[in-house]
Design a protein around this ligand. Structure first.
Ligand code: HDE
Length: 682
C-alpha cells in the first residue's frame, strides 16, 4: 500500500514543514527558504562551499561559548526592584537611599564558587550574592556572598586559594567539592581561613533555596554624607522567608535528584508570582567604635556581631522577573566591586582593594571587549557619557567633533561634550602616612577567636553538623600530615570541636598549634545560628503529596488548599504521570514517583487507598520516599492506608509524623531532635 508522500524539505514521510511566526533570516537579514537541508550537488551528493546559510549557522554555533567565570561560574539570576524604606541622607548622599519609597531597578546573580558552569547546585560551598543596582547616579554593584567573612586577608592569596579548592591540577577532579587534599592543605597552612572554613562546614554552605539565604557585603565600606562626613558600614541582606538550610545527606542526594535544584526553585517561584524578598540592612559605626573592638574592621575574616553594632533596615529588594535569556543576561552579566556611587566609598581592606582590579580585568577576557558595559544587562539605566571611544564591538555612535577634554568647541557653537561635575563621585579624604611595605598588620593576627565565637553560637545540632562536616571532608583527605595539621588548629578554636572531629575520624588528636595571639572568649551571637532564627512558616515550602489510583480527591483538595492558603505549594506525585482516576474526580500528577524523590520537598504526605498502599509498600521508590523524608528530619503526613509503607520503612508516629490533616502545621519545621536517633553525628 502506498504511504503518504515523502517531504523533501523535512525528510519526514507525509509531514509538511511547520510554518508560522516571523520570517527566519540570516544574521544579515536575508530571508531563508529552507532551514532543514544544506545545499548539495544532487540529492545524495557532496555539500557545496557556496552554502552561506550552512556556514553562517555553523560558524555562529562554533563560537557560542565564552570563557566561563574562573570563580562563581555557575549562577542563577533575576531582575527586581530595590525600594528605600528608611532614608539615611544623614549618613550617605547615595541617591538610592535618599527618599522613602524610592525604587531602583536591580539585577541579582547568585552563584556557587568552586564548580564549573555546568556543575550541580547543592555542593557544600560559599554562595555568591551579587546585586547590581541601576541607580540614577550610575550602577552600584554590591558583589557579596552568603557568608559574611572570607578565606583570606590579602588579595595576593586569591589565586592560591582558588587553585587549591578547584579540581586538582594533575587529575582534573573533584568538581565542585572542597573535600580533597589540596584545599585542606591550603587551609591547614593558612589559619586566617579558619573562620570562613567553619562557616563553610556549617549548614550555611548548603542553603535550602537561594531565596532563603542571607547576603553580606563582607568588607567594611564607607558611607559619605552631603557634608563629606564619613562612617564605616557593613551591608546585609535578610531573606523574608528566613534563613534555611539543607542537611548534608539531603544536599548530596539532591545532586542526583535535581542538578538544578536552586536555579529551578528561583525560576519557578518568580514565574508563580511568589517573589523572593530581602530586607537590606546596614551596620554603621565610627572610627572610635572600630578602635574599641578586639579585631580590625579592615580584616575581611572578621564580622562585627550585630549584638555589638545593631542592624538598621533601610530598604527592601523584591525579585520579580526571570531573565528572558540565560546567556545574554546571566552569562554576560559583569559585576564590578569598583562600580560605586557618590555617597559610598571603599575602605582600606586589602582584599577589597585587590578586587577593585580583578573584576574589571576579568571582563575583558570573558566578554572580549572594553565595551562590555554596553551589553544591556550591564549598561546603566541613567544617561552616561564620556570621552572614551571606539574599541571592539562598539555599538554606540557618538556625534560631533569633541572626543577630548578640555576643549573649547562650545565657543565655536558646537557641542563640547560632557564635563566633570562637583556632584560626581569623590573619594573621601583620608590621612595616610607610613612606609611602603609588604606586611600583614598585627591587628589581623587573631585567627581563632571568631571561629570560636561562631562555634559557641550554634545549637547542639548545628555543632554536630559542623563537626560531622569536618569529619566528612577530612575523611576524603589522603595526606595524614594535612589532616593532623587541620586538627591541631581545630582544637585551638575549641577543645570539644577538635576532640569530636578526631574521634569521628578515628585518629589521635595532635598537639595544638601555638597561635600568634591567645584566642579570646568573645560573647556568642544568637544571630549567627540558622536554627535559633528559624521562621515557622509554610511560605516558600514545598510539600510532596504521594497519591495513586482511587485516592480521595476531597482530602487531596483540602490539604492542597490549606497549604496554599498559607503560602506553601503542593506537588502531586503518583506511580504514573498520566491522568489518574480518583475517588471523586481525576488529577494529572506533577511527577512520577521514581523521578520525584522526597529530597525535592520540605515535607511529604501520602493519601492512598489501602490496596494501592500495599502495592507501593513493595516498591523501593516509595520506601525510599518516606525513609529519606524521615532521615532528613521532615514532617510526614499519612492516611490510615499508607501506614503500611511507613511500617515497612520502620517509621512510627511521633514528632512530625502523624495524620495528614496535621501537616499544614507540622510542615513548618524540621525535627532536629530526631537526628540523634538516626545517624552517628560527630
Ligand atoms: Fe570575587 N571574583 N574575588 N569575591 N566574586 C569574581 O569576577 C576575586 C571575593 C564574588 O555573579 C570574578 O566577574 C578576587 C570576595 C562574587 O558574576 C573575579 C578576590 C567576595 C562573584 C573575582 C575575590 C567575592 C565573584 C570572576 C580576592 C565576597 C560572582 C568573574 C581579592 C565579598 C559575580 C567575575 C557574578 C566573581 C575575583 C574575593 C564575591 C575573578 C581577586 C571577598 C559573588 O574577578
Amino acid at each position: 500500500m502506498a504511504g503518504k508522500p515523502f517531504d523533501t524539505i523535512t525528510g519526514n514521510a507525509g509531514e509538511t514543514q511547520q510554518r508560522g511566526g516571523a520570517v527566519l533570516t540570516t544574521n544579515h537579514g536575508i530571508p531563508v527558504s529552507d532551514n532543514q537541508n544544506s545545499l548539495r550537488a544532487g540529492d545524495r551528493g557532496p555539500t557545496l562551499l557556496e552554502d552561506f546559510l550552512l556556514r553562517e549557522k555553523i560558524f555562529h554555533f562554533d563560537h557560542e561559548r565564552i570563557p566561563e567565570r574562573i570563580v562563581h561560574a555557575r549562577g542563577s539570576a533575576a531582575h527586581g526592584v530595590f525600594t528605600c524604606t528608611d532614608p539615611i541622607p544623614d549618613l550617605t548622599r547615595a541617591s538610592l537611599l535618599s527618599e522613602k519609597g524610592k525604587d531602583t531597578p536591580v539585577f541579582v546573580r547568585f552563584s556557587t564558587v568552586a564548580g564549573g558552569a555546568g556543575s550541580v547546585d547543592t555542593p557544600r560551598d560559599v554562595r555568591g550574592f551579587a546585586v547590581k543596582f541601576y541607580t540614577d547616579q550610575g550602577n552600584w554593584d554590591l558583589v557579596g556572598n552568603n557568608i559574611p567573612v572570607f578565606f583570606i586577608q590579602d588579595a595576593i592569596k586569591f589565586p592560591d586559594l582558588i587553585h587549591s579548592v578547584k579540581m586538582e591540577a594533575d587529575r582534573g577532579y573533584p568538581q565542585a567539592a572542597s573535600a580533597h587534599d589540596t584545599f585542606w592543605d591550603f587551609v591547614s597552612l593558612m589559619p586566617e581561613s579558619l573562620h570562613t572554613v567553619i562557616w563553610a562546614m556549617s549548614d550555611r554552605a548548603i542553603p535550602r533555596s537561594l531565596r532563603m539565604m542571607e547576603g553580606f557585603g563582607v568588607h567594611t565600606f564607607k558611607f559619605v554624607n552631603g557634608k563629606g562626613e564619613t562612617s564605616f558600614v557593613k551591608f546585609h541582606w535578610r531573606p523574608a522567608l528566613g534563613t534555611q538550610s539543607l542537611i548534608w545527606d539531603e544536599s548530596a542526594k539532591l545532586q542526583g535528584a535535581d542538578n538544578d535544584y536552586h536555579r529551578r526553585d528561583l525560576h519557578e517561584a518568580i514565574a508563580a508570582g511568589d517573589y523572593p524578598e530581602w530586607d537590606f540592612a546596614v551596620q554603621v559605626f565610627d572610627q572610635k567604635l572600630a578602635d574599641s573592638l578586639p579585631y580590625d574592621v579592615l580584616d575581611p575574616t572578621k564580622i562585627v556581631p550585630e549584638e555589638v553594632v545593631p542592624l538598621r533596615v533601610v530598604g527592601r529588594m523584591v525579585l520579580n522577573r526571570n531573565p528572558d535569556n540565560h546567556f545574554a543576561e546571566n552569562e554576560q552579566a559583569a559585576f564590578l566591586p569598583s562600580n560605586i556611587v557618590p555617597g559610598i566609598d571603599f575602605s582600606d581592606d586589602p582584599l577589597l582593594q585587590g578586587r577593585l582590579f580583578s573584576y574589571l580585568d576579568t571582563q575583558k577576557s570573558r566578554l572580549g571587549t572594553t565595551n562590555f558595559h554596553q551589553i544591556p544587562v550591564n549598561a546603566p539605566k541613567c544617561p552616561y557619557a564620556n570621552m572614551m571611544r571606539d574599541g571592539l564591538m562598539q555599538t554606540q555612535v557618538p556625534k560631533g567633533r569633541a572626543n577630548y577634554e578640555p576643549n573649547s568647541l562650545d565657543q565655536a557653537g558646537e557641542d563640547p561634550g560632557p564635563r566633570a561635575s562637583a556632584e560626581g563621585f569623590s573619594t573621601a579624604p583620608q590621612d595616610i602616612a607610613g612606609e611602603k611595605l609588604r606586611i600583614r598588620a598585627e591587628s589581623f593576627g587573631d585567627h581563632y577567636s571568631q571561629p570560636r565565637m561562631y562555634w559557641r553560637s550554634m545549637t547542639e545540632n548545628e555543632q554536630a553538623h559542623i563537626a560531622s562536616a569536618f569529619v566528612f571532608e577530612l575523611s576524603k583527605v589522603g595526606l595524614d600530615h594535612v589532616r593532623a595539621r587541620v586538627l591541631s588548629h581545630l582544637r585551638v578554636i575549641d577543645g570539644d570541636l577538635g576532640a569530636r572531629v578526631a574521634k569521628g575520624l578515628g585518629v589521635d588528636l595532635p598537639e595544638p598549634v601555638t597561635p600568634f595571639r591567645e584566642p579570646l572568649d568573645l560573647a556568642p551571637s544568637d544571630a549567627l545560628s540558622v536554627q535559633k532564627n528559624w521562621k515557622e512558616t509554610l511560605k516558600g515550602r514545598k510539600i510532596g503529596l504521594l497519591i495513586a489510583e482511587g485516592s480521595d480527591k476531597a482530602g487531596i483538595d483540602k490539604l492542597t488548599d490549606t497549604i496554599k492558603a498559607e503560602g506553601g505549594s503542593v506537588f502531586i506525585i503518583a506511580p504514573k504521570v498520566g491522568p489518574l482516576k480518583l475517588k471523586g474526580g481525576t488529577i494529572t500528577p506533577g511527577g512520577q514517583l521514581a523521578g520525584s524523590p522526597s529530597v525535592l520537598f520540605d515535607a511529604i504526605a501520602m493519601i492512598l487507598m489501602p490496596d494501592q498502599a500495599d502495592q507501593l509498600a513493595r516498591d523501593s521508590a516509595a520506601i525510599g520516599f518516606v525513609m529519606d523524608a524521615f532521615a532528613h528530619l521532615k514532617a510526614i503526613g499519612h492516611c490510615k492506608g499508607s501506614g503500611v509503607i511507613l511500617s515497612r520503612a520502620g517509621i512510627e508516629d511521633g514528632e512530625g509524623v502523624g495524620p495528614w490533616e496535621d501537616l499544614p502545621e507540622t510542615a513548618k519545621r524540621r525535627y532536629w531532635a530526631r537526628e540523634a536517633s538516626l545517624r552517628d553525628l560527630a
